[in-house]
Design a protein around this ligand. Sequence first.
Ligand code: ZN
Length: 470
Amino acid sequence: MTEPDLPQPPTRDLCGTMLVHRRLLNESMTYRARRAAIENRALQYERGRRSPVRSEVVTVPVVVHVVHNPAVPEQNIGDDQIHSQLAVLNRDFRAANPDREKVPEVWRPLVADAKIEFRLAAVDPEGEPTGGIIRVPTDRRSFGFDDAVKASATGGSDPWPTDQYLNIWVCQLGGGLLGYAQFPGGPPQTDGVVVLHTAFGTTGTAAAPFDGGRTATHEIGHWLDLYHIWGDDDGACTSDDKVADTPNQADANTGSPVFPHVSCGNGPHGDMFMNYMDYVDDDAMFMFTRGQVTRMNACLEGVRASFLVSSHALAVPSRPAPAGPVPSGAAPAGLTSAGPVPSGGAAGVPASAPGAAAGAAGLHQAAAPGQDFGPVPGPAHWPAPGAAPGVTDGAGTGVTDGAGTGVTDGAGTGVTDGAGTGVTDGAVGQAARPDGEVTRVLRDSERLVTEVLRDIRTAIHLVGGDRPGG
Ligand SMILES: [Zn+2]
């Protein structure tokens, strides 16, 4: 046989995110320290000690890497399948999905609009117009959760700067995996989500029961720091998803459960199995809760704050279509309103577009994909594979080095979260804010810096002396 076999589409949900999470925890004390800091921030939001600052909808620039084996042509999915996925995301993260009506009465008040939208990038890292879709042939028959798909050197496709774009790799996954994400706080060069092509979008190769586009909704939930709703404790009821308004549940639900399904003594209503962060079939999941949205906001206003100011990747008003018409009804908001395709390449970026000039400049400064990215403090500190992360070196003074946080960079920039990605609240729509508000935010940031420093020191203490093997 010369052609790779096309594995049968999975019949049961399987997400590799926790496998990646545990691998990174084992490999890297930097990751552990960052996760501790990110968790601390999420806890502050969860407990109401901090409130989300953001009120506007944020639009996340997306680049889709279609990594396909030419021997299996269907892996090279069509643009319409990609657009169908974007349309699902833009419903699910706005609580605009029609099937939200199926949420049991008792939980309807919890259904929440995350106010996050997704749009294929219009400007690439070099500042050139793009359709936001990259097609890369590979010799690989399939990929696993080892991140090989995220690098050209291992048969995949290098990411675009992961602090400016949500990178989505679509490929053949093996081992029954539907997809996996990397939690915030991980290595920037592997940040993003991976989705099996037969579980991506609603058309083309998408195959039941995962043809509702919900695998990407679930994985992007992880990318925004959501845990599985059952807490990944294998039925022990001892761990939960760190979100108070989702009931504690024993283990993953699969298929299409009947309400109520009681576990962990969570009756009478039981498990919230219709949540996007469970494992049920695509047509059986319909909601994020308010608590989950609060946690996503802690992430977006913290470790992923760069996405609140990175609209330059979307600056070109019309998508310079690489091929074919965008199917109406499937295209994400904003793309179908496009005027004539600009003929002048980069000249298509209007000088009047908000942030266009600054954005282009920023993009030109960005490092090439696969290298450390741009001005973000985190990536520059991320240790090379196998290197001692150096957290213990900083145990006395600093957090600056080992934790990779850039904590000493100054209160206004990249400090508050310890996650190394421009966590400043001040960066969040600051220009539009009255002075009093800015002052308040800066004061909050200063307080949070102190708290985060304390937490990072605690984290360092907890892992002190413990160096990764290999
Ligand atoms: Zn998952």
